[in-house]
Design a protein around this ligand. Structure first.
Ligand code: 2P0
Length: 349
């Protein structure tokens, strides 16, 4: 039985975003249905995302001996903050309550990109963690259930288990599934890191505030479902060669931009407002739109719960998109990425 497992998972950036959780019964006690549903962390919107090879997390999980009384968590070589530590322990408790794991663990996690900056670091982190923990389980779950386990840690992490272009329905205990593998994708992304202060409201609490206070929340749920269905249909045409790849790219890019703006409209009308954009965020949006009229590369923007802008483009245009984006005022650096593959174990002892 292995005692130490290291896993790697790629972050992912959604083209149709997850923002909001399925409602659970309000008077949920610790043993009731409400508690169980809440612990499943089910999304209220369907989502579809692209895993990015250049953004990854490596996580080592080590089973500590019988004498260990506490879980230990290190993030990027430092002891984790109390909040991150508590969230990890809650997550390990779910695995222990399910009888998949026993005892205490040391978890060491390292990202190769900025943490908690709106670059989906919890997606790669919980996907890598779930993959490493599963390798230490007496009876490991299959990859579909592994995606469900990753979702319980962080909703977006579910999509980093299959990697590539991954989709997840808005349903109770939905897993993410592979819509198109990394090697089959004609598109990719460049990630623009912009000048901005650190993010002050985490996604988890931000999306709860949106549900409770944005007047546009119910319209967002409808829009998100319609956007998801449009993208799934466009992918169907791509797979069946019943539409030109350029048309599919343009239609998915347009939906991605509209979906991003709709999500940020909900964020901005949350009380208090979630204003994630910085001036440089808008500068990139305007630049990308200008490229379309001046004969530059075709790229579409999307922005998560943070100021940075991800640009969806054809793989052939990645170098030119990266070069142009780096010249936009306020852009600190651009990370060009190819599509990323699934979460995987990289060592086992
Ligand atoms: C997404 N985001 O689809 C969207 C876009 C942020 C904006 O998934 O509470 O950190 O851990 O399930 O996964 C961020 O939400 O939230 C997210 P939890 P998570 O990528």
């Amino acid at each position: 039985m292995p005692r130490l497992a290291t896993a790697r998972a790629h972050s992912n950036i959604a083209l149709c975003k997850y923002w909001g959780k399925l409602a659970v019964p309000p008077r949920a006690d610790e043993s009731g249905l409400g508690y169980r549903l809440r612990s499943l962390n089910c999304p209220a919107t369907p989502s579809i995302s692209l895993a990015l090879a250049a953004l990854s997390t490596e996580t080592t999980a080590e089973a500590l001996g019988d004498g260990a009384r506490e879980d230990v968590f290190e993030l990027d070589g430092q002891p984790a903050t109390p909040a991150a530590h508590d969230r990890l322990v809650d997550y390990l408790d779910l695995w222990r309550e399910a009888g998949l794991l026993a005892g205490r663990f040391r978890v060491a996690s390292a990202n190769n990109f900025p943490t908690a900056a709106g670059l989906a670091s919890s997606a790669s982190a919980y996907a890598a963690l779930a993959t490493a923990l599963n390798a230490l389980a007496d009876e490991p779950v299959d990859r579909i259930d592994l995606s469900r386990w990753a979702r319980r840690g962080s909703g977006s992490a579910s999509r980093s288990i299959p990697g590539g272009l991954a989709a997840m329905e808005a349903a109770i205990d939905a897993p993410a599934y592979l819509a198109l593998a990394a090697g089959e994708l004609p598109w990719t992304m460049a990630v623009c890191i912009v000048d901005a202060p650190p993010k002050d409201v985490p996604s988890r609490s931000g999306m709860q505030h949106s549900r409770d206070s944005s007047p546009f929340y119910s319209a967002w749920l409808e829009e998100a479902q319609a956007d998801f269905e449009t993208v799934i249909e466009a992918l169907w045409h791509l797979r069946h060669r019943s539409a030109e790849p350029d048309e599919v790219f343009a239609s998915i890019g347009e939906v991605a931009e509209a979906n991003c703006v709709a999500m940020h409209a909900v964020m901005q009308t949350t009380d208090p407002p979630l204003l994630y954009w910085s001036p440089a965020t808008l500068a990139v949006i305007h630049a990308v739109r200008a490229w379309r009229v001046d004969g530059g590369p075709l790229a579409y923007f999307t922005i998560d719960a943070g100021p940075h802008v991800c640009l969806l483009c054809l793989q052939d245009d990645l170098a030119e998109v990266t070069r142009r984006a780096a010249a936009v005022p306020g852009v600190q650096r651009v990370i060009p990425s190819h599509p990323g593959g699934p979460a995987e174990i990289i060592s086992l002892e």
